[in-house]
Design a protein around this ligand. Structure first.
Ligand SMILES: [Zn+2]
Length: 280
């Protein structure tokens, strides 16, 4: 499809996508999967994605979101009992969290619409989504692991849900989350670059979580936190990581890395195909 063609039908695509995305945002808000801001951010992202890639792009986004919301609810009682690191389990997702997971995908939708260099951005889009899915599955399922995860930094067992900690269950869930998005990809596309780029993004997420992500310590309740705010009169101080390097920013960087990696894979394939056809 030429950019001209897609742009002439843009108002129709925005109207259709906007209605679909608003409906899904409303349902997610009613189900308490998203808060008000989260629902608005999701509706905006969904509209862009539909305008750019139609149903084939939207299917993978909706599938990712539905599976992630379902997994968040899984083992709710156990997650509440853990109440890891000041994060409340199964709380509706905010706009910041939605954009951390879907912002890069939304930006790629805009690129796909404008088509600089007449490039197809489907593969990087799917890779960004696969990385977000891999990280969400790893977190939501990994937290239910029977054995505690180990920190990538120290190798020692740490509380479930700690950023930058890995378990066998979490690692399998990570690959599962990336594969799930790859299976929802259009049939014309190879699946392995989506799984590979998505998994690499999620691995980078864990590495950044173990190293550069900010961690706080509260001397009042003697707990390690990912955000300074928590239900306690004590004040938490940053003990490691970079200021402003939140879990959300780490998620966004991981999806960006996955998209760039998929772009590299696609470019490599393209040039191999070109040299093969030039040689024949
Ligand atoms: Zn405290």
């Amino acid at each position: 499809m030429s950019p001209h063609h897609s742009l002439t039908r843009l108002p129709l695509r925005i109207a259709l996508g906007g209605s679909l995305a608003a409906l899904i945002g409303l349902v997610a808000y009613r189900l308490r999967a998203l808060d008000r801001g989260g629902a608005l951010a999701a509706a905006g992202t969904g509209t862009l994605v539909f305008a750019a890639g139609g149903l084939s792009w939207s299917t993978s986004m909706i599938g990712f979101f539905a599976a992630a919301s379902a997994l968040t609810r899984l083992g709710g009682a156990r997650k509440r009992a853990l109440a890891v690191l000041g994060r409340e389990a199964s709380r509706p997702r905010t706009a910041t969290q939605v954009l951390a997971n879907g912002g890069v995908a939304a930006a790629l939708a805009v690129l796909h619409l404008l088509r600089p260099g007449d490039r197809d951005y489907t593969l990087p889009y799917l890779a960004a989504l696969a990385a977000a899915s891999a990280d969400t599955w790893a977190t939501e399922l990994g937290v239910l692991s029977p054995s505690p995860p180990r920190s990538l930094r120290t190798g020692r067992p740490v509380p479930p849900g700690t950023s930058g900690a890995v378990s066998l269950l979490g690692s399998l869930a990570m690959i599962g989350g990336a594969t799930f998005v790859a299976l929802l990809a259009p049939r014309s596309l190879p699946r392995w670059p989506v799984v590979t780029a998505g998994s690499l993004g999620a691995i980078l997420d864990s590495l950044l979580g173990a190293t550069l992500q900010a961690r706080y310590h509260c001397s009042h309740c003697q707990c390690i936190l990912e955000t300074p705010q928590h239900d306690c009169p004590g004040r938490a101080r940053r003990v490691s990581g970079l200021p402003g390097m939140t879990n959300d920013l780490v998620n966004a960087l991981a999806t960006l890395a996955a998209a760039l990696f998929a772009l590299l894979l696609a470019t490599g394939q393209e040039s191999r195909r070109r040299s093969a056809s030039a040689g024949s």
